[in-house]
Design a protein around this ligand. Sequence first.
Ligand code: ADP
Ligand code: ZN
Length: 554
Amino acid sequence: WSSREFSWTKKLEANNKKVFGNHSFRPNQREVINATMSGYDVFVLMPTGGGKSLTYQLPALVYPGITLVISPLVSLIQDQIMHLLQANIPAAYLSANMEWTEQQEILRELDSDFCKYKLLYVTPEKIAKSDALLRQLERLHSREFLARIVIDEAHCVSQWGHDFRPDYQGLGILKQKFPTIPVLALTATATISVKEDVVQALGLMNCIVFRQSFNRPNLRYSVVPKTKKCVEDIDKFIKENHFDECGIIYCLSRMDCEKVAEKLQEYGHKAAFYHGSMEPTQRAMIQKQWSKDEINIICATVAFGMGINKPDVRFVIHHSLPKSIEGYHQECGRAGRDGQPSSCVLYYSYSDYIRVKHMLSQGVLEQTPFASGYNRASTAPSGRLLETNTENLQRMVSYCENDVDCRRLLQLIHFGEKFDSLNCQKTCDNCSKNQSCVEKDVTEIAKQLVELVKMTGQQSSSAHILEVYRGSLSQFVKKHRHETLSLHGAGKHLAKNEASRVLRHLVMEDILVEDVKKSDIYGSLSSVVKVNESRACNLFAGGLTIKLRFPSTV
Ligand code: ADP
Ligand code: ZN
């Protein structure tokens, strides 16, 4: 798609320079443009900042007719339109919260024979809810005015993804109504299964896929055990590695954001917090102060980051467990846009898993603006959506628990990409440990742990199970007379984290299940680990061997 000359090639080159002020094309831009202008359905995976907008704005400019763009956020749309109008490209948008008369005016212009617009932006619920718009599109189509349909942030279509937005699922209607109009689906994040899901839901046909590597060589990844002094640890990390530099700290809850920001201020950092329940003006002010370097550190929920193009973010810290590997990768991706070395540190504790899992099931976890949709109260997920969320979270836990394999490799596998960990060049914690590893069969340990959970009546926490397994004689163990169990101390000879890794692996594999409850009026969480018989029987029937990799000193 890059080398061939097309009838539009010269026109593209000229307009790319003259109208957009670009001297050349970025990777895949030319290829995507040629494919979509040849009339194919195209799916594009390109990192944020890679230049996705040009791949439809340039065709819109040089091709007759109008390009329909579906984009999730009015604020992003307004930003795009401002840039287009500055470049003298006529564009408009329709959204639900616009004045009726204003909408009418745009619709009238679309009906005119000399319609000036090259691009029309709409939010997805417009397609789902506005018959007037669909009829308008039909009229445009019958006049052969509809040139192309663009779906921005296309991963929001998929329930498997981390930003699912129900309104996006209705977009399949576009291909049904206009099967001959080429569709261009764009995203910066999608696993293989998310891509497949999107292609199917949108009804794309013989779709051409362009994907770029998700590897970010200038980012350094590490996972650090989270202690009670986490914020002190963060303070120390920043002072030692990124003194007076700019960074983001992602926190789980709004309260966490405020607490962490306050502590960091006490430690002398120029820190502020940012989350969804702040006034829009207040949020805008924080963003502005941050881009002007008046604030160095933002403690935020995942609501922060969209459309933020600060190039010199030197660190992204996760104060708590992210809810999926895609989400984690996206959030880390906000560091080091300028290509300079930057750090991504994740503070991990297994108890955060319990907490996030509970928040997920209650629907109280703050989401990105894409997923929550604007003006939409979030509701608790159920059924398949909750299952997917839980699986995504479990993969994230496995990533954190893994202290052996290259972090890049672990992330890239998730996006269906092959990666040789030698190319990591020791820029992740596991690769820089320089340890050799062995694979160990832990099936027997796994069976003993499952037995022990049953022996204790399936009413204990995983921490307690591990204590008993290691042979603890604590008061709590004695109170329950668990020192009398035959498996008490059976795991004495194992290295400290070996049994816990096996136990967590069993939870990730759904052989054991963490049952999370709010335990008291103060709302603290407790969790007991139970056996999932239907999965566990396989283990005892000998149909399952479990192997894990450990540092060879173990
Ligand atoms: P994305 O949507 O993929 O995150 P954008 O389309 O917003 O990225 O582009 C990011 C930035 O890169 C914009 O400032 C844009 O003007 C610039 N850009 C895009 N294509 C080129 C190019 N070929 N040459 C130079 N700059 C470009
Ligand atoms: Zn590595």
